[in-house]
Ligand binder design. Structure first.
Ligand SMILES: [Zn+2]
Length: 327
């Protein structure tokens, strides 16, 4: 007899794992998206032998499963995953280069393993259990240090010929604009991201009074994203202007994506999205202002992600649980 809401059937538990540059987070994920027992490890780093990272991953999975058999393990990796979902081609904070992680883990864990990048997994999770629930076509924009993203069209995550679709952060929005770490100029994430928020606030506080001066001990280089969020909540005008700028650029880039993909909903996740409407209201205004044909079409909803830091784990589990298919 298979229970309606539990993955903990005769075939065992499904574990989702999210591996990033700082931590490995594993959790038993139920069919309804709820997360049960979790376990975490520190990511060993990028200058270690790859097996050490895999050891940490396996240890976190086994601790989360707590002795129960594994029905499947899904892995959300912060890096480029090939279009077949077999290998991590490159990850900025991990030692993997073309690592055949899916089969390697399947051998070590003795169960089916699914693999995709973290943004694609988060999009799946939001589409099944979160802010894009019920939408067949949705975009996920993840605003952290930079911008990541994913495209869900007609119920499928679009992975592209090389598994690299959805790297929205490096779309050029300003010709000859701000230099980007990727070596080019004017990339979207230079104007709308955690880094952009901080840079904007630092520039504004140079010639306007702001609580950020006190919060940073008078050193603009000490200003952080959470400080700007906190200052904005206190009504600080510099912080609010920084959010208005970053939010406005979020809307401009989103309008380009909506013109290309025509989604029902655009979900904004990542650390910066914790600011909620302070970020999203200027983005919605800019989206309506700049979207082609805005007066003659349904402008998609622009909403904050619901699943927070568990999204990668929950979406990874969907790669291997029951009737969910990975494409
Ligand atoms: Zn770039």
């Amino acid at each position: 007899m298979i229970s309606g809401t539990s993955n903990d059937t005769a075939r065992g538990v499904v574990v989702g794992v999210d591996i990033g540059g700082t931590k490995v987070l594993a959790g038993v994920v139920e069919l309804d998206g709820r997360v049960g027992r979790t376990a975490r490890r520190t990511t060993p780093g990028r200058r270690v032998v790859t097996s050490r990272v895999e050891d940490a991953l396996v240890a976190a999975v086994l601790e989360a499963a707590d002795g129960r058999p594994l029905a499947g393990v899904g892995v959300a990796a912060a890096g480029f995953v090939d279009s077949a979902g077999e290998r991590v081609m490159f990850a900025p904070h991990l030692p993997w280069q073309g690592e055949p992680l899916r089969d390697l883990l399947a051998d070590r864990l003795g169960c089916p393993v699914g693999l995709d990048n973290d943004a694609n997994c988060a999009a799946r999770a939001e589409a099944h259990h979160g802010a894009a629930r019920g939408a067949a076509s949705a975009l996920m924009i993840t605003m952290g240090t930079g911008i990541g993203g994913a495209v869900l069209l007609d119920g499928h995550v679009v992975r592209g010929a090389n598994g690299m679709a959805g790297e929205f952060g490096h779309m050029q929005v300003v010709p000859d604009g701000q230099a980007c770490e990727c070596g080019r100029r004017g990339c979207w994430e230079q104007y709308s991201s955690g880094n952009a928020l901080v840079r904007e606030a630092r520039a504004l506080m140079a010639d306007q009074p702001s609580v950020l001066v006190e919060m940073s001990g008078g050193a603009p280089e000490q200003v952080t994203g959470p400080m700007v969020t906190s200052a904005a909540e206190q009504g600080d005008l510099v912080a609010r202007q920084a959010f208005a700028s970053v939010g406005g650029w979020l809307g401009v880039g989103t309008a380009n994506l909506v013109a290309a993909f025509d989604p029902e909903v655009v979900v904004v996740g990542g650390g910066v999205s914790a600011a909620g409407d302070r970020l999203l209201d200027p983005a919605r205004a800019a989206l309506r202002r700049t979207l082609v044909g805005a007066g003659h079409r349904v402008v998609p909803l622009l909403v904050a992600a619901r699943l927070g830091p568990q999204a990668g784990m929950v979406g990874a589990a969907l790669l291997v649980s029951g009737d969910q298919v990975r494409r």
